[in-house]
Design a binder for this molecule. Structure first.
Ligand code: 5GP
Ligand code: ZN
Length: 211
């Protein structure tokens, strides 16, 4: 990507300053000089954007972007640091969209349900339409629409879901006999509630492959 290529050159000019390099000259003046330049470039973007010349806006934005990269090098940051921050924000926004989620309403106790287990992060309830003598849904309190939305931040949470399921299976006497844990993802798997949940099924022999 062009950004990586440019950033590579900026790093190189910092490592091996050359007399005719703009980046070397700016960098040797120190961080305040870079910050001043960013302020000026931001002002140029504003001025250009107030005018009618789109090409000028692009030109000034490229200047600002470039100087942000010079500052990134000064701060020891890489593009992946910035991209990760943007990605995290975007994902967080998606997670926060809980409007109309039946399980979020159960978690907030707005909607009553047969809650059989609850801790700080996890809740378990009897399935409203049981498919086996024991059919419990183990759900995280955090709204994650499908298993595809899981990230490294959820690693501990996933462990907690399985541990809660094991505890319930043991209490309900199916741990030794056997039980099944299922998470359906998206339509072809039959997911109908888009807030992840682990189905705990037990109390009868199960077939394989599943239908
Ligand atoms: P999915 O089809 O998404 O894998 O599973 C959703 C499960 O949630 C189904 O087994 C369905 O019976 C159950 N369910 C849907 N609405 C409610 C509800 O309001 N309360 C409870 N306890 N279970 C529900
Ligand atoms: Zn939800």
């Amino acid at each position: 990507m062009i950004l990586d290529d440019i950033y590579g050159v900026i790093l190189e000019r910092r490592r091996n300053p050359s007399p005719d390099s703009y980046v070397s000259a700016l960098t040797t003046k120190g961080k305040d000089a870079i910050l001043k330049k960013i302020g000026e470039e931001a002002a140029e973007v504003i001025i250009a954007s107030k005018g009618l010349d789109k090409q000028q806006v692009i030109h000034e934005m490229a200047d600002l972007w470039f100087h942000c990269m010079v500052l990134m090098a000064e701060e020891g940051l890489s593009h992946s640091d910035i991209l990760k921050e943007l990605e995290d924000r975007f994902n967080k926004k998606k997670e926060q969209d809980t409007s109309g989620c039946i399980f979020c309403n159960i978690i907030s106790k707005e909607t009553p349900a047969g809650i059989i287990y609850e801790d700080e992060n996890v809740m378990a309830l009897e399935d409203i339409n049981p498919q086996a003598p024991l059919h419990v849904l183990v759900i995280p309190k955090k709204h994650i629409p499908t298993s595809l939305g899981l990230t490294n931040r959820d690693n501990e949470l996933i462990g907690q879901l399985f541990q809660a399921a094991n505890k319930i299976a043991t209490e309900r006497g199916v741990a030794e006999r056997g039980f099944r844990l299922v998470m359906n993802t998206n339509p072809e798997a039959g997911q109908s509630v888009y807030h992840i949940h682990l189905h705990l099924l037990g109390g009868r022999p199960m077939h394989w492959p599943p239908g």
